[in-house]
Design a protein around this ligand. Structure first.
Ligand code: WQD
Length: 324
């Protein structure tokens, strides 16, 4: 099938492209390179530099005929979304409406959407399944939930089948080392730890060690980005086979604390990785772990690369050459 992958030059997008290529799909990357990098564009791909805020550019590209659009071109820093919601409303919501309207104009049927565990907010039970209440605590999560609600209408009124994939904490890099681009100004835990290990950042700030968890630090469900990418291909297959939309969690179902990851990173990299305990980050829940049984049932999907050893080793494989 012909796939248009929005944000395909980014961290998650480039891994999704690899899996779409491996599945035999034709891949065109549409990316404004605001956070993605040309280093992540593979020779087998077509590349179009463009912005989802530019309707005409989207429409002109989709006129060429596509079977599926995969949308990974969103801003994703939850903390920033609380400071500049206008940036997130514009790009994440208005931008996605541009994408959907261009799909309607050019008869593109399938839409794979990068949603997020952030739609759930503070968990009322764990592990979190898809029936869990959705009360996002940050504007980023709100934008993802709003788009999911719009998708339900485009399914009903325009026959666009969508897969909303609620990622938990994406981490790690391609085990074959094919993705080399570093994230620009990362805020997520593992790339921050890697920057400290590589001497690109002075120290790790541990955002609170007084949570009601085994070692007092936050627990999250880290899922390898290749596992996520495989889930995107499986979701497209599901929509094609069943002519139906779906919303599923993609998580490892394992919880790791900040200190557990830090300890593994020190062991694997052999670097000291200095860290200081600071105040909690507002809005951070103590623990977030996915229930991914639905993805297993509908997609036959299970995380295979999401053990902490693989997450850290594959990340260090990309950061080590940048050691100062
Ligand atoms: C993980 C843990 C922090 C950085 C974010 C987005 C969410 C989703 C996943 C896309 C927490 C701690 C972190 C640091 C730290 N993104 N931490 N020091 O907040 O769970 O989720 O990524 O869908 O929308 O919000 O990820 O990596 O920021 O934090 O102590 O420098 O690491 O407190 O416990 P988070 P994170």
């Amino acid at each position: 099938m012909k796939a248009l992958i929005l944000g395909g030059a980014g961290y998650i997008g480039s891994h999704v492209c690899l899996e779409f290529l491996a599945a035999g799909h034709h891949v065109t990357v549409f990316d404004n390179l605001s956070s993605g990098t040309k280093e992540n564009i593979f020779p087998e791909e077509q590349f179009v530099e463009g912005d989802i805020m530019d309707y005409d550019a989207l429409s002109q590209e989709m006129r060429k005929g596509y079977d599926v659009v995969v949308h990974l071109a969103a801003f994703k820093a939850a903390g920033e979304s609380m400071l500049v919601p206008e940036k997130y409303a514009r790009n994440n919501i208005a931008g996605t409406i541009n994408v959907l309207n261009a799909m309607v104009e050019h008869g593109v049927k399938y839409f794979v959407f990068s949603s997020s565990a952030a739609v759930y907010g503070e968990p009322s039970y764990l592990p979190i399944d898809e029936k869990h209440p959705t009360n996002p605590e940050n504007f980023y999560g709100f934008t993802k939930l709003e788009i999911e609600r719009i998708l339900a209408w485009y399914d009903k009124l325009k026959g666009i089948r969508y897969a909303a994939l609620r990622y938990f904490n994406a981490a790690g890099y391609d085990p074959q080392g094919r993705v080399r681009g570093l994230e620009k100004n990362p805020a997520n835990l593992l790339p921050v730890i890697m920057e400290v290990a590589a001497g690109k950042r002075k120290e790790l700030q541990v955002f609170g060690n007084d949570y009601p968890t085994k070692d007092g630090t936050g627990i999250r469900d880290y899922v390898h980005v290749s596992d996520l990418a495989i889930g995107h291909v499986a979701a497209l297959n599901y929509m094609k086979k069943n002519d139906a939309s779906l919303i599923v969690n993609l998580g490892s179902e394992e919880g790791l604390s900040v200190l557990e990851i830090l300890e593994q990173a020190r062991r694997i990299t052999g670097k000291p990785i200095p860290a200081i305990i600071t105040a909690r980050r507002p809005g951070d829940p103590a623990k977030l772990v996915a229930g991914s049984q639905l993805a297993q049932k509908l997609l036959g999907w299970k995380a295979r690369y999401s053990d902490v050893e693989t997450l850290v080793k594959t990340s260090w494989n990309v950061y080590l050459p940048h050691c100062k």
